[in-house]
Design a protein around this ligand. Structure first.
Ligand code: HEM
Length: 244
């Protein structure tokens, strides 16, 4: 921030990013946010937005490499819609339903924050015959909801096709799959996360072929997860890009 403040003093400096926008507010309307609050805000964004997005991307790549037919389908769609040698852009995503389905299916199976963030009941309530007392801590198991066999066929299999033509999204409106939570505390980074995931995954699939390190066969991959605040792979994915 100190560095940026120095640079902003140059006459020809053009302000362009989020830090500049926040610093502009501290200068124009100092009652709204101060430098200390900017630090906390940025720390929050880094903490909430980093592991979640990167582990989703790692799981998506792992599932695609583990399921070579699905990877071929995703790649074919990209080739047909964008064309070989062209880079994926944000405006292409609406024409890539299969890529979108791959990201949704990844978030269904590998909900990055498996128990969402803890909630506290603000009064006695009854839900589906259970009494939740005032003040009780409530953990919502989004991981189990995404794999519920009464909602999903073959719940533990990676089948992006299930989302094609299905009027169920991952944005918190459909309780069958809620990786971003739901309601007033739904993840505020959702629009950014989804956009980044489509673009990053699309680029990795469209620009490179992939093989596993050490000649490991896709069917031999360890697909276990390791429980924590965020859900990482038990064995990190080690994949090597190759020319297509
Ligand atoms: C795949 C990526 C992501 C997933 C799955 C995810 C998921 C979640 C979940 C489940 C919550 C808690 C919601 C609840 O309590 O119901 C949350 C909160 C939050 N997320 Fe995300 N998130 C992701 C990416 C991001 C990104 C990229 C940012 C910002 C750059 C972000 C910022 C936040 C913040 C600030 C909160 C706390 C909101 C509050 O306290 O009300 N998240 N996220």
């Amino acid at each position: 921030m100190d560095e940026r403040l120095k640079r902003r003093q140059h006459r020809d400096y053009e302000s362009k990013d989020m830090l500049d926008t926040l610093l502009n507010i501290t200068e124009d309307k100092s009652e709204e946010i101060n430098r200390d609050q900017i630090k906390h805000l940025l720390l929050d964004l880094f903490a909430a937005g980093t592991d979640t997005t990167s582990s989703t991307l790692e799981w998506a790549m792992a599932e695609l490499i583990h399921n070579p037919e699905t990877l071929s389908k995703a790649r074919l769609e990209l080739e047909q819609v964008i064309g070989k040698g062209n880079q994926i852009e944000e405006s292409d995503v609406s024409r890539l339903p299969y890529l979108q389905a791959v990201v949704k299916e990844t978030l269904r199976l590998h909900s990055p924050i498996p128990l969402l963030l803890p909630r506290k009941s603000s009064s006695d309530v009854e839900i589906c015959g259970y009494r939740i007392p005032d003040g009780a801590q409530v953990l919502v198991n989004a991981w189990a909801i995404g794999r519920d066999g009464s909602t999903w066929d073959n719940p533990n299999s990676f089948v992006p096709e299930r989302f094609l033509g299905l009027d169920v999204d991952i944005k918190g409106r459909n309780f069958e799959v809620i990786p971003f939570g739901s309601g007033r505390r739904v993840c505020p980074g959702l629009p950014l996360a989804i956009r980044m995931l489509y673009l990053m995954l699309g680029s990795l699939v469209h620009s490179f072929g992939w093989k596993l390190e050490g000649g490991l066969k896709p069917e031999m991959m360890d697909m276990d997860d390791k429980f924590g605040i965020t859900l990482q792979r038990a064995q990190p994915l080690r994949a090597v890009p190759v020319a297509l």
